[in-house]
Design a binder for this molecule. Structure first.
Ligand SMILES: O=C(O)C(=O)C[C@]1(C(=O)O)C=C[C@@H](O)C=C1
Length: 364
């Protein structure tokens, strides 16, 4: 997917990071127009959003106004002179969104989980040059997220971005959808050129989490935010607790500190960073050498266990190691959990190596 275009070169993007904002759902023409107008009055954003078809968890909730909302949204686009984006979940939605001049489409988490749905959308997009944003699937499955992006890319769409909206879980946490930041980081590692956006409204689920989640996304070098805004959030027909007023949106976007990826042109500061990175390179080498020495000993013990018919897993010794290392780590100011996780990995590797050794004939 090497031809994926960086966000800066997208037709509708003037500057990055981008901000996409608008109501969760288009409810009435007046609510949509008024919300968008107030957003424009309060803050300069890249694009307006509104849900026209709402995939709801249970039937009976408001499921979106449908096609009529696209006409309202088109009127907003024309009156305010701003690009618009909406969610599509099947080929008919794509056809209608294109008919009403929607500038950018997004694929929701409930669609990304289903390759049939994503393929149907991709097929409907063949020969069309429109940017598409792919939200993460409901479940933390990196391959599924990448697969959906690939299906869209294979349809000829090079203006494609990923959007992180968090992951569903049975457990109740302070988030509506757990962020699991390591997943979008893994996505960026696999696809370094994919523009990555964050949806703090769906991750947070409550207004007060929008700012800290947005800040975290900016600290992690995301390319933009999508935030739900309603002129009167309390009365929203969907996701009332996570929508903010246009005034609050402006405050949030002004408060979020945008970080630079690189220092531009300060040689002293740049040298300082590269000296520190040089130190890290040397320390990493020492860590790897120390691990190699540890594994040499583990292999020797493996030979001993094979010769003396001992079990590979030695619970008593392992529990002793596992209980003592975190204490040592905290004496040196390291997090206990981090060291516990690291030693679990090391122990898994010891077991793997020794299992191989005890099942190999002894060399005479
Ligand atoms: O002490 C041993 O028996 C080892 O093989 C070493 C080691 C370890 O990696 O620390 C590995 C496997 C055992 O379950 C316990 C500990």
């Amino acid at each position: 997917m090497k031809d994926i275009k960086p966000l800066k070169s997208w037709d509708i993007v003037r500057d990055t990071p981008i901000a996409i904002a608008g109501p969760c759902s288009a409810e009435t023409e007046e609510q949509l127009m008024e919300t968008c107008r107030q957003i424009k009055e309060n803050i300069d954003i890249t694009m307006l959003r509104a849900g026209i078809w709402k995939p709801r968890t249970r039937p009976g909730s408001f499921e979106g106004v449908g096609e009529v909302g696209l006409q309202w949204f088109k009127n907003v686009k024309e009156e305010l002179g701003m690009p618009i984006t909406t969610e599509v979940a099947n080929a008919e939605h794509v056809e209608l969104a294109l008919k009403y001049d929607v500038d950018v489409l997004w694929i929701g988490a409930r669609s990304t989980v289903n390759p049939f749905t994503v393929q149907e959308i991709a097929d409907a997009l063949k020969g069309v040059d429109i940017p598409v944003i792919v939200k993460n699937p409901l479940n933390p499955d990196l391959a599924l997220w990448m697969g959906a992006i690939e299906r869209i890319y294979n349809a000829g769409i090079t203006q494609v971005a990923a959007l992180h909206r968090g992951f569903s879980s049975f457990e109740k946490t302070k988030y509506r959808n757990i962020p699991m930041w390591k997943l979008p980081i893994a996505l960026k590692t696999e696809l370094p050129n994919i523009p990555l956006l964050c949806d703090p409204s769906h991750i947070g689920g409550t207004r007060d989490l929008i700012l800290p989640v947005s800040q975290k996304a900016m600290d992690l070098d995301y390319d933009g935010l999508m935030i739900e805004v309603h002129r009167n959030p309390e009365e929203a027909w969907s996701d009332a607790s996570q929508q903010v007023t246009p005034q609050r949106l402006a405050e949030i976007l002004n408060e979020v500190k945008i970080k630079k990826r690189k220092l531009d042109g300060d040689p002293i500061e740049e040298n300082k960073l590269s000296d520190l990175r040089g130190k890290i390179d040397r320390i990493d080498r020492e860590i790897i050498e120390a691990l190699a020495s540890r594994m040499d000993v583990v292999e020797e013990i493996g030979g001993y266990k094979r010769d003396n018919n001992l079990t590979v897993f030695q619970a008593e010794r392992w529990i002793d190691v596992f209980q003592k290392r975190p204490g040592l780590a905290s004496e040196l100011g390291l997090s206990k959990t981090f060291i516990e996780q690291m030693f679990k990995l090391i122990h898994d590797e010891s077991i793997r190596l020794q299992t191989k050794i005890v099942n190999t004939e002894r060399a005479e």
